[in-house]
Design a protein around this ligand. Structure first.
Ligand SMILES: *Cc1c(COP(=O)(O)O)cnc(C)c1O
Length: 401
């Protein structure tokens, strides 16, 4: 059995990043500055998007994306309940109402047919704007917020077609999916706005950090301004050697800017993004082969023509035998795991505020009750992966018989 505890999602940090952080500290410019600009350019070029704005988190990115398209009280945003709290919380932060629709059981991703069903059975179409209006509440549907859960890209063709038909924006939660490609198009270039996370467990790590990409200059400018107190563009340069520039406050904005200390990690991590992805592909294949014959469900293969970002390797454990027991047994064998996620509508706030009940989203619940994420960081050695495999086999033998 493994001697030390294998921490779930522990990031791989190399000497370059460490040196860059030290150089940043010595430079005297640790807040938003030149390294943030450098990271934005590198990220924008990697994704192939027209604009990329660095922020201090993906949660901030989601919030500002909705601000940028003008979502607020009286509006609705359609998303899936099988996600991290930040996805739906950020909708609530704008004053809008999150509408959950179920996921597909196989892929765990938002089901475009369920989005259509919501619009076509629960809404009528406003004569003037062409927007769907929820019949009972009279709230306007403004956007679809798909989550590329585990790194597998959503059915973007169907979602974009729906959005065009009903004049909706598409904001993608790509916290898991920096490397993902959908039918030849890189995630970050498909929807109106795409939000990425660089939180410690994600595929690219800046400690805390996020990014929005968009092809729309107006939305990009809006995010820049709202992300830094609503001050006029480039106000962050006001103390630079270019001389003090007066700024104007245009909106009551937020304090969501990324620091150079964070970007110092990002500018090196982005260079290794593909090498790390290849490493996780290798680990993924090892898991696939090792777990083939075990009484577990393993992730389905990626759809032809798409690239899975390989963020989370999730197994589904029969809840009658006990997913939580399974997780504790792995923990006892020094293997750290995660649960992505307990469906949001089953959390007290969402249940009590919106009146959701078990049974409302059967596929999300099916996954929520069974899912368990195994370690998949690029930091994992072959020996670490062997330890995970050995522990999963042993726990299967002792519990799932
Ligand atoms: C991590 C995560 C977020 C939030 O990212 P932060 O950078 O921590 O704000 C949002 N959505 C999903 C699906 C996530 O996994």
């Amino acid at each position: 059995m493994r001697k030390d505890f294998l921490v779930f999602g522990s990031p791989r940090i190399e000497e370059d990043e460490i040196q860059e952080v030290v150089a940043t500290l010595r430079s005297g410019w640790i807040g938003t500055g030149p390294r943030v600009g450098q990271f934005e350019t590198a990220f924008r070029d990697y994704v192939g998007a027209r604009h990329a704005m660095a922020l201090h988190s993906c949660t901030a990115a989601l919030h500002l994306s909705m601000i940028a398209i003008g979502v607020g009280p009286g509006d609705e945003v359609i998303t899936a309940p099988l996600t991290f709290a930040a996805t739906a919380n950020s909708i609530l932060h704008t004053g809008a109402h999150p509408v959950f629709v179920d996921v597909e059981r196989e892929t765990m991703l938002i089901d475009p047919e369920k989005v259509r069903e919501y619009i076509e059975t629960e809404c009528y179409i406003d004569d003037k704007t062409g927007l769907p209006i929820h019949q009972r509440s009279r709230r306007k549907v403004r956007a679809i917020l798909p989550i590329h859960l585990t790194g597998r890209p959503c059915r973007m063709d169907d979602l974009m077609a729906l959005a065009r038909q009903y004049h909706l924006y598409v904001i993608e939660d790509a916290a898991h999916a920096i490397e993902a490609v959908y039918r030849g198009r890189k995630v970050g270039t498909i929807g109106d706005l795409t939000c990425f996370s660089f939180y410690v467990t994600k595929n690219l790590v800046t400690g805390e950090g996020g990014m929005v990409t968009t092809g729309d200059e107006r939305l990009a400018d809006c995010i820049k301004t709202y992300g830094l107190h609503g001050m006029s563009k480039d106000a962050w340069q006001r103390y630079s050697d270019e001389g003090f520039v007066h700024y104007q406050v245009l909106y009551p904005g937020f304090k969501y800017n990324m620091m150079d200390l964070q970007a110092a990690l990002g500018i090196h991590q982005i260079k290794r993004i593909e090498a790390y992805h290849r490493r996780r592909e290798t680990l993924w294949r090892r898991y696939d082969e090792a777990f083939q014959t075990l009484p577990l469900q393993i992730p389905p293969p990626q759809e032809p023509g798409t690239l899975h970002a390989r963020h989370l390797y999730t197994i589904l454990v029969d809840p009658a035998k006990g997913r939580d027991t399974f997780q504790q047994a792995l923990h006892a064998r020094n293997i750290g795991t995660g649960i992505h996620y307990t469906a949001l509508h089953l959390h007290p706030y969402y249940e009590q505020t919106f009146g959701y009940r078990r049974g409302d989203f059967p596929h999300a619940e099916y996954i929520s009750d069974r899912t368990l994420s195994l370690p998949l960081s690029a930091k994992l050695t072959d020996e670490d992966a062997d330890d995970v495999i050995e522990a999963v086999r042993a726990v299967c033998a002792s519990i799932l018989h």
